[in-house]
Design a protein around this ligand. Structure first.
Ligand SMILES: *Cc1c(COP(=O)(O)O)cnc(C)c1O
Length: 425
């Protein structure tokens, strides 16, 4: 049997840090990563054959649970027709029609290959549409790894405890203005200090890359109003929230209409897919219809579109999935909240629907600064305890737990029992 440790020893020789995405390394929790062999429903198995109840869910995409039968069978069938054509297909029309028909604020959509690409392209479009250069983002929000978005970014950047990334030219970052999450005054100040220069405000409508942080009442409404007042576009980065917090994402859940929206993760059903869409007058500027260039050899790939469409259909046609995700979130996160209260542990939990984060701080976590008050050593102890007891959590304080439709009450209660035991010490 090949072990995870042996694979890691081989991996670090040929892959930087042994992983193809930093968030997969267990650096911040002081372990070697478990190499995963297969997954089904709420479970993953490592190469040693250990089974874990999984709350990573491939970082969001696997909302139906791992290895969903409908998605898998659709993909198996699609594979028989060829892997890629680099030409227009009916499938691309069907998935675009499906999304435009089922998500009111998406009038037109362009498929790409990742969330990073979706954000990068949406911001270029916002700049092309407004003729302005500056973008406002929020500290602790993560929008993928394009140059201009690696400023006070969340996710792996925050986990590594670095302010940004080496290799980002100053020029790329100088048009990125950073505001405080849940701090409308800071957004207002940036608009007023850069009159007529802000193309767009991009926001995670529910932040999930500094751990889960909810928008304060009025925050998203305030962003909408400020953008309207200053002629800037409001871009919701729904790469995590889209098709999760509701079928229509955070926009539907909070009743705020963005001008543009970016997708990733769930939209691909586990395949590498991203997308951006929104108002038709803006989207019409994309090449070849308009002057804003963007392209992709494998964009709209038939296997990926098949997986995405199968998953979106299942979610849209069965609204009971969203009821279940709400109940499951209440059961697990509400349960953790009770356990924290009972044990008196210096922790706090933020959650909404199927996503949540337990922060190892007694402070309320409402933004980047308060998220960073977390005791990451305490988180690492929690992570290791849970891993040893058969639970796969994201190996970082600053990520979300993802519940899928395949996590039944028994699985959730098993998780609560383990967390209880940990908190009891
Ligand atoms: C994951 C994520 C991205 C980046 O998506 P990739 O597919 O990893 O490039 C962008 N925005 C948010 C909110 C994300 O969570």
């Amino acid at each position: 049997m090949t072990t995870s440790a042996e694979l890691m020893a081989r991996a670090v020789k040929v892959i930087p840090g042994g992983v193809n995405s930093p968030v997969r390394a267990f650096q911040s929790v002081g372990l070697n990563p478990r190499f995963i062999d297969r997954a089904d429903g709420p479970y993953v198995w490592d190469v040693e054959g250990n089974r874990y109840i999984d709350y990573i869910g491939s970082w969001g995409p696997m909302i139906l649970g791992h290895n969903d039968q409908a998605v898998r069978e659709a993909v198996q069938k699609a594979c028989e027709r060829g892997m890629s054509f680099g030409a227009a297909t009916e499938l691309e029309v069907r998935i675009a029609e499906f999304i435009c028909e089922t998500v009111p604020h998406v009038e037109m959509i362009r498929m790409v290959n990742s969330g990073t690409e979706a954000v990068m392209s949406a911001l270029r479009l916002a700049r092309g549409f407004t003729g302005r250069d500056k973008i406002i983002k929020f500290a602790g929000n993560y929008h993928g790894h394009s140059d201009c978005m690696l400023v006070e970014a969340g996710s792996g950047v925050l986990t590594a405890g670095v302010p940004g990334s080496a290799g980002v030219p100053e020029g790329c970052a100088q048009d990125t203005l950073t505001a405080g999450y849940n701090d409308l005054e800071s957004v207002k100040a940036l608009f007023e200090g850069n009159p007529g220069q802000v193309a767009a405000v991009i926001v995670e409508p529910v932040a999930a890359n500094m751990g889960v942080v909810l928008p304060a009442p009025g925050f998203l409404e305030g962003l909408r109003a400020l953008c309207d007042e200053h002629g800037a576009l409001l871009v919701f980065d729904e790469v995590i929230c889209g098709f999760r917090l509701a079928y229509g994402g955070a926009a539907q859940r909070f009743g705020i209409t963005p001008d543009l929206v970016t997708y990733g993760k769930i939209i691909g059903g586990g395949m590498p897919v991203g997308a951006f869409g929104g108002r038709v007058d803006i989207m019409s500027l994309m090449a070849p219809a308009g002057p804003v260039y963007q392209a992709g050899t494998l964009s709209g790939n038939p296997i990926a579109m098949t997986a995405g469409l199968a998953q979106l259909r299942e979610l849209h046609d069965h609204p009971e999935h969203y009821e279940r995700l709400e109940q499951a979130g209440e059961r697990l996160y509400g349960g953790i909240e009770r356990l924290i209260r009972q044990s008196g542990a210096p922790c706090t939990i933020n959650h909404i629907g199927s996503i949540g984060s337990t922060f190892f701080t007694s402070k309320q976590v409402t933004d980047y600064a308060s998220a960073k008050t977390s005791d990451t050593d305490a988180f690492a102890r929690y992570f290791r305890y849970m891993l040893e007891h058969g639970f796969s959590l994201a190996p970082s304080q600053f990520e979300a737990m993802f519940i899928s439709c395949a996590h039944d009450d028994a699985v959730l209660d098993e998780t609560l029992a383990a967390i209880d035991a940990f908190l009891q010490g």
